[in-house]
Design a protein. Structure first.
Length: 330
């Protein structure tokens, strides 16, 4: 599956000079590390695919503290890396500071927008993919109560929650959605113990399906679901394999494809600065069906969620974007 970063989804783009000498790309991972089995690992898989296809090496850095961000981007630029891909909205301030210092170096940020002539910003319509797994959660639930565990309490994660709730209530108007956020600092992305505690608390209140949008913290949520005989929904990467039989599905956010394609575009001389917005229509988000969860997805569920997908793409169904007004009013 591929979506062209230079498609109609790209607005205000400027073709970066194709005469820029080829160099090794670099990836700066966000908190949680590149093997979080979710957001960062999707980026890792994307750059690894680029390396396998092209034989091009790459540089990388795993952020452990906020103070390292600016230093990491500057050092990568000084070493000649191009493009330098920042994974996560938390890289925004560092890229805003460093990119102007290296105007001939291309920078990319995932999950935020930086309006500079040498920066490409890639953002996703997470609410659309979350709507789809909300449909599945409501259809799979026996109790009528579904849960959501977010990572850091920020508008981006509220966007996941809101889309999920809208999808669930589109199936069952009286569905109850119980939501918790893990914390308010970057450590919220890597706290599986807390994730398990939050999930168990929701199960005690009658939840039987829980969606985690929490990076590495989600691993604790999925384990708690398995231990409790409940169902869980993964995020970003296809996480169905983690606990086959209790992972209902995963909400796919194709960070892997975005990283692969932006690195390839830079190598091909077709890279563009500007903003790319990727939703269902651009194959930027989706839901996962494979051998690990096919026994949990009935024909009715599959038909319902695929119809919802087409209705969103056609515009028949409008999924509310929490970040448009910081509300879940759909």
């Amino acid at each position: 599956m591929r979506f062209p970063l230079r498609s109609a989804a790209v607005s205000a783009v400027v073709l970066f000079s194709a005469s820029v000498a080829m160099a090794d790309p670099a990836v700066v991972y966000d908190a949680g590390g590149k093997f979080d089995k979710s957001f960062n690992e999707a980026a890792y898989n994307g750059i690894e695919q680029f390396k396998a296809e092209t034989g091009t090496n790459y540089m990388e850095f795993e952020v452990q503290a906020d103070a390292q961000r600016e230093q990491a981007f500057r050092k990568m630029a000084q070493k000649g890396a191009d493009p330098i891909i920042g994974i996560g909205f938390s890289q925004e301030s560092a890229i805003k500071k460093v990119a102007p210092e290296f105007p001939n170096t291309r920078f990319v940020i995932i999950d935020s927008v930086v309006d500079l002539p040498n920066v490409q910003s890639i953002v996703f319509k997470e609410q659309e993919g979350s709507y789809l797994v909300g449909v599945l959660a409501a259809m799979a639930s026996q109790s009528g109560k579904v849960g959501f565990v977010g990572g850091m309490d920020i508008p981006l994660i509220r966007r996941f929650e809101c889309g999920y709730e809208q999808g669930a209530k589109a199936v069952k108007s009286d569905a109850e959605v119980i939501a918790n956020m893990t914390g308010t600092t970057p450590s919220a992305w890597n706290d599986p113990t807390r994730g398990a505690e939050l999930a168990k608390g929701q199960f005690d209140r009658g939840v039987d399906v829980v969606f985690a949008a929490a990076g590495g913290t989600g691993i604790g949520v999925y384990q708690a679901a398995k231990d409790s005989g409940k169902l869980a929904i993964g995020v970003d990467s296809n996480q169905n394999y983690i606990h086959p039989g209790t992972m209902l599905t995963s909400m796919l956010k194709r960070v892997d494809v975005a990283v692969h394609d932006t690195a390839k575009a830079a190598a091909d001389g077709t890279w563009k600065a500007g903003v790319a917005v990727l939703g269902l229509a651009e194959h930027g988000v989706d839901w996962a069906l494979d051998d690990n969860n096919k026994g949990l997805i009935t024909d009715d569920m599959k038909a319902k969620v695929e119809q919802a997908k087409q209705d969103i793409i056609s515009g028949k169904v409008q999924v509310h974007d929490y970040m448009a007004d910081n509300s879940c009013a759909y």
